[in-house]
Design a protein around this ligand. Sequence first.
Ligand code: C6P
Length: 410
Amino acid sequence: MKTTREREIIDVAGRFPILAQQVYGKRLVYLDSAATSQKPDSVIDAISSYYREFNANVRRGVHALSYKSTEAYEATRAKVAAFIGAEDPDEIVFTRGTTESINLVAATFGNEVLSEGDEILLTTLEHHANIVPWQMAAKRTGARVIVAPLTSDGDVDLQFFSRLLSERTKIVAIAHISNALGTVNPVKKMTEVAKRAGAHVLIDGAQAVHHQKVDVQDIGCDFYAFSGHKMYGPTGIGVLYGRKELLEEMPPYQGGGDMIASVSFEKTHFAPPPQRFEAGTPNIEGVIGLNAAIDFINEIGFDAVTAHESSLMAEIEKVLRQHDNVSIIGNPKQRVGAISFTVRNAHPHDVGTVLDHEGIAVRAGHHCAQPLMRALDIPATVRASFGVYNSVDDIRALGAALAKVEELFG
Ligand code: C6P
């Protein structure tokens, strides 16, 4: 017998047309949402109706279609602000994704505040997108990157983190949730201690905004970055939240159309934020799709999302523990959305391939977190990650397929 909640979520799964297919003659079980989520019909339809009904450039035209697209574009900014608890829609900058959001901050704010001898504090579990832009900023400015280690359970060592903070720390950049281990960082607490030390804080929320309610004002961070495609929205659209007074002081990231107040060959005056950071024709269809993705999440509600996903996490931990040859990587205090494991005698890529032939999509590799893999002393893991459309049946299918993996590599 299925519980009411399971039935509800199965209904949600029906809104994702891609999930109705079979692969290799098996029911598709999609457990790779941390790489990119699937898209509900409402997101697909919103993008389609934009192109069918009101495709026009934004903020430029003096015609009906352009008014309509501009209105939809700016309405999404307000919707995103409400979604993450920002005070003002002008604190929302549309980017290509988390990677571009972090690069924007590192290249503009980073250049302004960092100088020789300053420090940028990261943690061991960061995605490359929250490492490389800071290394580049450090190289430009003479600052250096320092790293807070993890405990043996895969949590950030908070005492060590606090000890690394000093008057030299200008920027702290931390993941809200690890894409590789699912570790949830206590970002509010970490922000509080970082701020007390005088640092500015950026949070990489790529794996968080769709799993739990995020309130940037409650967290107290200066910047918060995330991607549309991991939260049931389209690829190529992302968000940078920045506190207004900081965005106002920051120089532009790219120059071009629509980010200026006036241009002459002698001098250009830049537009105020957020336009200052949105040079060129933006990803309008992406913004329209993101709007529909937020509606989709709000319709389900975070209470239902977190209840469903924590029951999936409990089930997957139980199922993985039933396999003697499977080792779960890390045992963090709170794990959300993703879990990594290895199988004795089998390379993660081989495990991924066998699972694929059973219809199960997972990610195998270093998950763009090579320093984390090095710290864990493993080359790679198999990662199962999920979204609202997954069910306990999906987890059981993974368990049955793992039995085949063990048989093959036992
Ligand atoms: N992680 C994964 O399979 P983009 O590519 O810009 O949308 O997101 C980058 C990024 C930044 N931070 C975290 C914590 C992430 O998980 C990701 C993307 C995917 O884990 C693709 S590598």
